[in-house]
Structures are given as C-alpha cells and as structure tokens.
Ligand binder design. Sequence first.
Ligand code: HEM
Length: 166
Amino acid sequence: MSAPHALVALCKPWADYYSDSKGAETVVQFLHIGGLLLAGGLAIAADRGTYRTMRHAATDRLSHLKEVSAVHRWVLTGLAVVVVSGIALFASDVDTFFGSWIFWTKMGLVVLLLLNGWLMTRSEHALALDPSESSPQWRRMHRAAITSLTLWFIITAFGVALVNLA
Ligand code: HEM
C-alpha cells in the first residue's frame, strides 16, 4: 500500500528537516520514549496494584481506587506526548510507515489501549457509587488491568519492530 501523494508532499518539509537534523531526531525520539516511560510506568504500577488489591476485601480496595483515579491525568499527559511525537516520527518517513502492516497493527493496538482505559475509568466511576463486594465492576477492573498490562508491552514490542523491520 503506497502513501497518498498529497500526504507525502505535506510531510516533505518536515521529513527533509528531520533527516538532516540529529538534534530533531534526538528530541523527537526522546519525547516518544520519555512519554512512554511516564505513561507506561505509571499505568503498569497502577495495573499491578489493581491486580494485587483484588486479593483484599472490597472495603480495603477503595484507597487503591483513589490512587488509580489520581494517576489517570499523568498517564494521559504522557500518552499525549507519545502520540504527538509518534505523529512526528510517522511524518518523518510516510512512505515507509504508511505501507507497513506493523505500523497499522500498532495503531490498532493503541486504539484498544485507549478504549480499555476508557472502560477502566467507567468501572472506577461505577465503583465510587457502589464499591460493594458483589459489584461486577471489580471483575471488570481486574480484567481491564490485565489487558492494559499486556497491551503496554505488546505495543512497545511493535514500536521496536517498526524501527527494525518496517
Ligand atoms: C498514535 C500513537 C503512536 C504513533 C503514531 C507512533 C509511531 C511510531 C513510529 C513511526 C515509530 C518508528 C520510529 C523510527 O523508525 O525511528 C515508533 C517507534 C516506537 N514506538 Fe511508537 N507510536 C505511537 C504510540 C506508541 C505507544 C503507545 C508506544 C508504547 C506503548 C510506542 C512505543 C514505541 C517504541 C518503543 C518505539 C521504538 C523507539 C526507538 O527504538 O527509537 N509508540 N512509533
């Protein structure tokens, strides 16, 4: 699949600048990895906490729920940096990435990660209203935490594959 000419032409000034500038390459790649460190690091710590907290009684899980809610803003900030720097990386070589199944699979997985994060916040809001042991939302939170942990690692692997195989 080849990239549309209009898109290649639109990105050309940036692609030319990027390929000539080690500084731009360093800054953009750092933002992609730095944002990943911030968002992924906090999300993975929170997901592990959710996984572990399921062993406790529902009343003891509430403090963890508050911690997870507080972390969302930082995860979204980090993800925003990852997405913007990712678009800059994509625009630096549209021809290569547009035709890469690895790139599009990675984008699909990023959408799944966002969707899963949204479902997780919905469960959190429901649990704030009804945190009882019998609430089905606890099981959903548990499932969402495992899905999130898995997706962060798979997407990272696809990112590295993009650099080496696209
Ligand atoms: C819309 C979102 C994203 C876009 C458009 C995007 C795009 C890209 C592109 C084009 C590359 C290849 C860079 C190159 O060849 O130098 C890349 C690399 C990479 N991406 Fe993403 N990405 C996005 C989100 C993510 C997310 C959410 C993660 C992690 C969970 C991630 C992890 C990585 C990693 C680890 C690399 C390899 C970096 C390196 O070794 O230099 N990306 N990304």
